[in-house]
Design a protein around this ligand. Structure first.
Ligand SMILES: [Zn+2]
Length: 79
């Protein structure tokens, strides 16, 4: 079974769809490098809420199918 399910969920700019943002440490906002839209990280997360849910669902499905594959392998060994 894979032990590493890390994946990065890319945020998309709600205006232009770019996935490239500039963050600064001492500033709570991010700005899109393509269209210069500036928004807070919360706004960006909210705008990408459904994408994040979809990624989580995909990840859950992946884990489940891996677990099932492992279990069926175990049973094959016992035959
Ligand atoms: Zn943009």
């Amino acid at each position: 079974m894979k032990s590493n399910y890390d994946r990065s969920i890319s945020m998309q700019c709600p205006t232009c769809g770019s996935e490239s943002f500039e963050h600064s440490e001492d500033n709570p906002t991010v700005s899109c490098t393509r269209c210069d839209r500036t928004m807070t990280k919360d706004e960006l997360r909210e705008a990408n809420g459904s994408r994040i849910e979809e990624e989580l669902d995909a990840l859950k499905a992946e884990v489940l199918s891996d677990v099932r594959a492992d279990i069926s392998k175990m049973f094959k060994k016992w035959k």
